[in-house]
Design a protein around this ligand. Structure first.
Ligand code: AVI
Length: 337
């Protein structure tokens, strides 16, 4: 049976299989629901990833700056959890690794014995990141992995004896609903060993005005990011969306504690998507839900950790206490390690 993971030796890239059918299927299912929706994972094509990088540089989108501050100022506390042991620093969903570079520099400058393992489903992301790290940190041992998180972590733990310190930065967990987040974290837990660590980034609940600005920036970059999902359907699935006929709407749901993004149809319209072979009708003011970004209280973070098999070691905060990087330890009762 062939493995469902692939190890990247940097020049060893195989063909990426086409995800177009999965995309078409998800669009069909989402647009047939009584409350239309599109999965937020489809934001991130090349254009969407560029727009997301632009969002992280916006003054209103405080999340990235707050987490960068934590990584810049709390490197010693993070490194304290490996207690002088050699370790694999695994970044789940590495992207362009910008914030991580600050931590990598700290660890290298202070002589820590570690290997950096960026793990991402996107071959292009890993290829790009490994390339830039080679130039920027010639002394860093990097082992890029193109894989889903569970299989990549399992492979790593079978392959290397060193402890794993996994990181899920940038509030990515907030894009999952509560049940999905538990499922995701438990799946990661099952691929880790007793005593391994996990650092998870959470955006904290705060003044609703600040949240609304962060997802409705003045320059309209978040608007473009949201609308790009329709442009992507046009590009990849032969969709005929007229982008002018939709508006971005970002709102906060006080009951669930999530920022929610919608694309709202401004007119009555019927839109053909050739690859799916049918049209979809939109009533005036009908929304398409595109994203949840859940915000957390410390007690929510602690329940999530314990429900999924982790013990909370420490919460690291930025100076404004807008964001938390929470450090957890894997607990597997009955495990002999
Ligand atoms: C990637 N993710 C954590 C971002 C967030 O804040 O939910 C994506 C994003 N959506 C709109 N702005 C940024």
């Amino acid at each position: 049976m062939s493995a469902s993971y692939k190890i990247i030796d940097h020049e060893d890239f195989a063909d990426t299989f086409s995800d177009i059918h999965a995309f078409a299927l998800d669009v069909l299912v989402g647009l047939c629901e009584p409350r239309k929706s599109l999965p937020s994972k489809y934001f991130y094509d090349t254009k969407g990833s560029e727009l997301f990088t632009a969002i992280t540089e916006l003054p209103e989108y405080y999340l990235t700056g707050c987490e960068r501050e934590i990584l810049e100022t709390k490197g010693d506390e993070i490194a304290g959890f490996v207690q002088g042991e050699a370790f694999n620093l695994v970044e789940l969903g590495a992207g362009d690794g910008r914030k991580t570079k600050v931590l990598l520099k700290y660890l290298l400058d202070n002589g820590y014995d570690f290997r950096y393992v960026p793990l991402d489903i996107s071959e292009a992301a890993i290829d790009g990141l490994v390339g830039t790290l080679r130039t920027e940190f010639p002394n860093l041992e990097v082992r890029g992995l193109v894989s889903d998180y569970h299989d990549g972590l399992k492979w790593l733990n079978n392959r290397y004896k060193e402890k794993t310190f996994a990181m899920l930065l940038g509030s990515s967990v907030g894009n999952f609903g509560p049940a999905e987040a538990r499922k995701f974290l438990r799946n990661v837990w099952s691929a880790l060993d007793e005593g391994d660590n996990m650092l998870v980034g959470f955006d904290l609940k705060k003044d609703i005005e600040l949240l609304l600005w962060a997802y409705n920036d003045r320059q309209g970059v978040t608007r473009e990011f949201n609308l790009n999902i329709l442009k992507r359907i046009n590009r990849e699935l032969g969709g005929q969306f007229d982008i002018e006929n939709f508006r971005h709407y970002g709102t906060y749901d006080v009951l669930s504690g999530a920022m929610e993004s919608y694309l709202v149809s401004l007119v009555h319209q019927s839109v053909l998507i050739k690859e799916i072979g049918r049209s979809f009708d939109f009533a005036p003011w009908e929304p398409i839900h595109t994203e949840y970004s859940y915000k957390y209280l410390i007690e929510d973070i602690e329940s999530l950790a314990s429900q999924t098999g982790f013990v909370v070691e420490k919460h690291l905060f930025d100076s404004k206490r807008f964001f938390a990087d929470s450090i957890w330890r894997v607990h597997k009762p009955g495990s002999d390690s």
